[in-house]
Design a binder for this molecule. Structure first.
Ligand code: NOJ
Length: 546
């Protein structure tokens, strides 16, 4: 990582899911006070920045991704003053702060949506959302056939002021998350103002929620009317790029390299990289990498595809293994089918070999940190946490579970509160030295996590935490890591990937079932799982000085 390269081309970024990171007021839900009390963990870990999932005023229909006030903090998490103090405290520790922006939809409690309900059909207030009459004689059928991501149709009928059943509004997610109409100049102006509000408060960037969904195909055509293979009317519309060009001008008008990272589930690489043109977003999450199964062939293919696309456009790649929406990778890699798709129910609850998943997660951590670009760490990755798949149904909060009557197991299994210390739940989640006191965490933690707490892993050279700490430290110190070129090296075995970075750092990953010889080297810098008589064992990565 050279000093000349902007920070966001090489950064290691840690995702905080605030309700599950640390609970400062012992009400069972994480908050800003908790984050502040545990910021030292991130400094010691060696990341460069944190991304905080939504903390805004919200009825929590989707854990805060339903925002009722974009310019204030939900009392569950704290106050605006505390947010400002957190930003300043993070900066004083050398950590940058990225906040989550949710521009596709708001909460049904947002004043604009409430005004739209009151104002009635045809009003300017309704034009900020997608209101339509229903189909059928009495308008009792949804305006089109779009499904919600959380089950059922993407439309909800409202009751008009006179008490009669009225228009329908579009919600790609929960009914409590009405979609904004991005053809509305008022919506565009409002979000530009929100960007400035937080840039003025010192944030270093925004993670943009469902960044490819904002603009819909005019006329909102039925999916059934779209010819096979034709672009979706719901996502990746060309018109969305103008939004990001305007946003980029705002970011660039601030000092200190403020950035955007897009949540872009755009599978086509050529379509994906259009978002990363020099006057649009800086980076986007590389989900094909997260989705790839654990095999040399698949990983090599997705790395090649990623780098070819990003090099073409001049943007840095990102490497992400897990987040608050996806099955944790210890679990994924511990399954016979280690790929990931949105049909979560397919694999949920099927057998998991946790020791294998953990070995592979260790190897994957060193792989991602050696690849060119930025790396993301989702809270708990550094502790080797796995997906909790036996949460009692009555405790599950995710609307994806409830909206589908449980057909979708939901995402709470990757959102279980972090174990910090102690021998029993809540493992210091609700403050240091309060083992077992206070209100229960909002989701129960497995009792065996006593061996996975930050305290238990600290100082244990074999722990996941110490591996992450050593790797992130080395990544920072090695000038050849982060942004820059890489070159594949030939290997004797199809199940082995090897590549070299500037400055003589070689990374070797053994996906095969047998130990393999190491290439010639001067020294071993770091290994994920040790050696087997000098050879690299299966499911292992090593960094060599060559
Ligand atoms: C993507 C977010 O990551 C997810 O948690 C949320 O449910 C949807 N967008 C809707 O905002």
């Amino acid at each position: 990582m050279t000093d000349a390269s902007p920070w966001w081309r090489s950064a290691a970024i840690y995702q905080i899911y605030p309700r599950s990171y640390a609970d400062g007021n012992a009400d069972g839900v994480g908050d800003i006070a908790g984050i502040r009390s545990r910021l030292a963990h991130l400094r010691d870990l060696g990341v460069d920045a944190l991304w905080i999932s939504p903390w805004y005023v919200s009825p929590m229909a989707d854990a805060g991704y339903d925002v009722a006030d974009y310019r204030d903090i939900d009392p569950l998490f704290g106050t605006l003053r505390e947010a400002e103090e957190l930003i300043a405290q993070a900066h004083s520790l050398g950590l940058r702060v990225i906040v989550d922006l949710v521009p596709n939809h708001c909460s049904d409690q947002h004043p604009w949506f409430q005004a739209a309900l009151t104002a009635g059909p045809g009003s300017p207030e309704r034009s900020r959302f997608h209101f339509r009459p229903g189909r059928g004689e009495s308008g009792a059928l949804p305006p089109n056939d779009w499904p919600s991501h959380f089950g059922g149709p993407a439309w909800q009928r409202v009751t008009e002021a006179d008490g009669t059943p009225g228009e329908w509004y579009l919600h790609l997610f929960a009914p409590g998350q009405p979609d904004f109409n991005w053809d509305s100049p008022a919506v565009r102006a409002e979000f530009e103002s929100i960007l400035r509000f937080w840039f003025d408060r010192g944030v270093d960037g925004f993670r943009i929620d469902v960044a490819d969904n904002l603009v819909k195909h005019p006329g909102l055509p039925d999916l059934a009317a779209i010819p096979e293979g034709a672009p979706s009317p719901v996502s990746d519309q060309d018109g969305v790029h103008e939004v990001y060009r305007a946003w980029r001008r705002i970011a660039d008008s601030y000092d200190g390299e403020r950035i955007f990272v897009g949540e872009l589930w755009v599978a086509d690489r050529q379509r994906f990289i259009r978002y990363l043109r020099a006057d649009e977003l800086h980076t986007g999450f590389n989900f094909p990498f997260l989705q790839a199964e654990w095999s040399a062939e698949r990983m090599r293919a997705v790395i090649d595809d990623t780098l070819a696309g990003h090099t073409q456009i001049g943007a840095p790649a990102t490497w992400v293994l897990s987040n608050h929406d996806t099955t944790r990778h210890v679990t994924r890699y511990g399954r016979a089918d280690s790929g990931y798709g949105f049909d979560r129910r397919r694999l949920h609850g099927t057998p998991v070999d946790l020791p294998t998943g953990t070995r592979r997660a260790r190897a994957a951590a060193l792989l991602t940190m050696a690849l060119p670009g930025c790396v993301y760490v989702y809270q708990g990755d550094e502790l080797g946490l796995w997906e909790v798949e036996d949460i009692p149904e009555h405790l599950i909060q995710d609307p994806a579970f409830h909206g589908t009557d449980g057909a979708d197991p939901g995402r709470d299994g990757c959102r279980v509160p972090i174990p910090w210390e102690g021998d029993a739940p809540p493992f210091g989640f609700n403050g240091p030295d309060t083992h077992g006191d206070g209100t229960e965490p909002w989701l129960p933690q497995p009792a065996v996590w006593k061996e996975y707490t930050v305290a238990a892993q600290t100082g244990d050279p074999d722990s996941m935490l110490e591996l992450y700490r050593r790797a992130l430290r080395l990544r920072r110190a090695e000038p050849g890591l982060g942004d820059g070129p890489m070159r594949w090296l030939p290997t004797d075995d199809d199940g082995v990937l090897a590549f070299t970075r500037p400055g003589g750092l070689t990374c070797v990953v053994n996906f095969s079932r047998r130990p393999v010889e190491l290439p010639p080297h001067e020294a071993v810098l770091l290994s994920s799982n040790g050696f087997d008589e000098g050879r690299l064992p299966p499911d292992s990565t090593v960094w060599l000085r060559t």
